[in-house]
Design a protein around this ligand. Structure first.
Ligand code: DGJ
Length: 731
């Protein structure tokens, strides 16, 4: 008997020893940020810290022990797992939910291996494999740290070798657990003409979900970019904040779950809505990347981190040049012909911009595209409107010393089209149900390789027809009703395969035409995500070009996207003077959609000079650091500065936004990002002909003075916009 007890004790001790694991700390570090992962005694991988980097790396393992989260025995057990699977310990919102081959729904992930790879001087990839001991199932967590930009991209690879297929019920790209006393979410809601409206709210207990189930136009209702502040709402320059964005051009889901007193869990990934994904043994499912940055110095720094990262690594040609545009959409709509376009091409030259961009309405013969209800899908030039075809327009442009660009909406089809008649099987719909349209159109089934070929060929053929083609505007005006592919075997894969199909086409286009600038447009700005921006040089933020509204729209995009990517056009919308419109558009990529021939003489002269002036400083707007100086929601004037890398030059935009009678701004606006030791000269630029500036261009100020005291641009109801140019002077 005694012997038995002894051997049982021995067995128990052995088991206990076997089950206790040495704790391992994994540091994912950037210049100022640390994301700390640590295994616990059960070999689970925990996320113990995301925040400011510590001076001494040896102190990171201590963090976990100081978190005294110990729920009572009547409370929920919980761990700060780095990637949270469901079906065992975790009863909160999971990142991963699996139905295993045997039908079991529980997954328990244990740490297996970690590999680190220095990709280059600035980037380090940390890959961690977690395995489920009960199943032949694993996930690989990837963390790509961008040192200088303080940015981390996180994504997951899921694979298994179970006896048969498993089902991925939820498969997020990332879980982040934050500690703090309170959390505040800045998010964005949109609609046509009202993109990127912003709200900031405290995340009270429970889950706040931001998502899309729209298929295409993923940001029509919500943006997939957000900011979360810890403890209190961060300001521009103070407070802890995380800015994040999901790199996925389809259905997304962001869950923000606050639990107990001090925790927020952010789960970001593809929306699992109607998308239980079947994964065969040996297959690898790769989630999209979730990109984020942590800033301990407010939202301004978080934005600059995102913008720097995007320009250097994500946005196509982010560090390159851009072409300025004259677009005909708002000046002609569908009503044009060779003759009219000839004049517009000449006007492009007259204005001094680079490209004439021919918008919607140039195609369709059996069903001419004279309105938004016909012709989409029939990409042959309309012989009535364009007697000599689009190739002649390319030549005409070259002859006039400008470039030629064209609008395409290749993912779509009007029911009134030859394409619809010939290929009903290429269209997303439920044949037994009523068809619903958005802007009179349906979406082509990009899950079908034949449709992918068709779309690729539309683009390729356009290039062949117009060898001079220098710019493409790629539009997408419908979301997906009646989601159903006529050919896809597993409809649960539909939403994911759509995006994969789109990416495959864009990859092919970019393989053949790597650098041709392309504008991403979706009935305004409702598909603006960093997955798409890998293939596009810029995006159309909104069909709302009223310059007053645009101050706010552009302000909000700037939290996540660099100005080089934002197409701002001067149009007839809004009653403001052309000077105001131009000043607003200059805070990004300047372009036009105006009837140049109808501009009053002085407006034309002003615009011609404005284009030249813009060309002289655009490098600072496109590649410099952006500082939001004064918020238009809380002040009579908005103020935004761009400072070049060596802090020698800056451009500051000031817009008067008061709608009730005011006397103008009284107090100086403090500048940011200058060199305190440098001396600067300040000049007002882009004056309307015949006007003078009250600003003394001879006076010299130190950077120190301008950042501590500020400068008054003297905007008021008569001087509604003022652009200032700062130039450091030689000591
Ligand atoms: C929607 C876009 O946002 C507009 O700029 C224009 O291209 C129209 N589509 C054309 O149909």
């Amino acid at each position: 008997m005694r012997k038995r007890i002894l051997s049982l004790t021995l067995l128990f001790t052995t088991l206990t020893v076997m089950e206790t694991f040495a704790q391992k700390t994994i540091e994912i570090l950037t210049k100022n940020t640390a994301l700390i992962l640590q295994t616990d005694h059960e070999n689970s991988l925990l996320s113990t810290y995301l925040g400011k980097r510590l001076t001494d790396i040896n102190e990171y393992p201590t963090i976990l022990g100081l978190d005294k989260f110990k729920p009572g025995s009547d409370d929920l057990l919980n761990k700060r797992e780095a990637y949270i699977a469901s079906g065992s310990l975790n009863l909160l919102e999971p990142g991963l939910s699996i139905t295993h081959a045997d039908g079991n729904k529980s997954t328990v992930l244990s740490f297996a291996t970690v590999e680190e790879q220095q990709v280059d001087k600035n980037r380090k990839l940390t890959s961690i494999v977690l395995k489920d001991k009960k199943y032949n199932f694993q996930v690989r967590l990837n963390y790509l740290a961008y040192y200088d930009e303080d940015v981390i991209e996180q994504w997951v690879e899921i694979n298994h070798n179970e006896k048969s297929s498993i089902t991925l019920n939820k498969y997020a790209s990332a879980n982040l657990t934050l500690s703090g006393k309170k959390f505040f979410l800045k998010s964005h809601y949109s609609g046509w003409g009202r993109e990127m409206r912003s709200e900031e709210q405290q995340l009270l207990h429970g889950i706040k979900t931001l998502d899309s189930k729209l298929g295409t136009r993923n940001n029509l209702l919500h943006s997939s970019s957000f900011m979360v502040s810890v403890d209190q709402p961060a300001t521009e320059d103070t407070g802890e904040v995380i800015a994040g964005s999901l790199e996925w051009s389809g259905n997304f889901r962001l869950d923000f779950e606050t639990f107990d007193e001090y925790y927020l869990r952010i789960t970001a990934g593809i929306n699992n809505f109607a998308s239980n994904y079947t994964l065969k043994p040996g297959e690898n499912f790769i989630t999209p990347r979730f990109v984020y940055t942590y800033s301990s110095e407010g939202k301004g720094l978080a934005s600059r981190n995102m913008q720097n990262w995007a320009r250097t690594y994500q946005l196509l040609e982010g560090k390159g040049e851009r072409l300025s545009i004259l677009n005909n959409w708002e000046t002609t709509y569908f009503d044009f012909n060779d003759e009219k376009l000839k004049h517009l091409i000449e006007d492009t030259k007259k204005l001094g911009v680079d490209v004439f961009l021919l918008d919607d309405g140039w195609f369709g013969n059996k069903y001419p595209r004279n309105q938004a209800n016909a012709g989409l899908g029939d990409w042959e030039y309309n012989k009535q409107k364009l007697k000599n075809g689009i190739s002649a327009l390319g030549k005409e442009s070259t002859a006039n010393g400008v470039k030629f660009g064209i609008w395409l909406e290749p993912e779509m089809v009007n029911p009134k089209s030859e394409l619809y008649e010939k290929h009903p099987d290429w269209i997303i719909r439920q044949p037994e149900r009523k068809e619903y349209y958005m802007r009179n159109q349906l979406v082509l089934d990009l899950t079908n390789p034949k449709v992918q070929d068709f779309i690729y060929n539309v683009v390729d053929q356009t290039f062949k027809e117009v060898p001079e083609l220098a710019f493409i505007k790629w539009d997408c005006n419908s979301l997906i009703y009646n989601a159903n592919s006529p050919t896809l075997k597993n409809q649960d894969h539909f939403y994911i395969e759509y995006v994969r199909g789109l990416n495959a086409v864009l990859e092919r286009i970019r393989a053949k035409y790597p650098k041709v600038p392309m504008m991403l447009c979706a009935g305004g700005g409702t598909r603006v995500d960093y997955a798409a921006l890998k293939y596009f040089t810029e995006f159309w933020p909104s069909d709302n070009t009223n310059p007053f509204d645009r101050i706010f729209i552009q302000w909000e995009y700037s939290y996540y996207f660099p100005s080089i990517a934002v197409d701002n056009h001067i149009t007839d919308m809004g009653k403001q003077p052309i000077k105001f419109k131009t000043d607003v558009a200059m805070m990004g990529k300047l372009g036009y959609d105006v009837r140049v021939n109808e501009l009053p003489e002085k407006d034309l002269l002003f615009s011609q000079n404005a284009v030249k002036l813009y060309n002289s400083f655009k490098d600072i707007i496109w590649h410099g650091d952006q500082y939001r100086l004064q918020d238009p929601y809380e002040n009579k004037a908005a103020s935004i500065a761009y400072v070049n890398a060596n802090k020698e030059q800056a451009i500051i935009f000031n817009y008067y936004v008061s709608t009730i009678y005011e006397t103008g701004i009284a107090l100086p606006i403090k500048l940011k990002g200058l060199d305190p030791a440098k001396k600067y000269n300040i000049k007002e630029i882009n004056l309307y002909p015949g006007t003078t500036s009250p600003i003394d261009a001879q006076k010299i100020y130190s950077g120190d003075f301008l950042m501590k005291i500020g400068f008054n641009p003297e905007v008021n109801s008569k001087r509604t916009s003022v652009i200032l140019q700062l130039q450091a002077i030689a000591p």
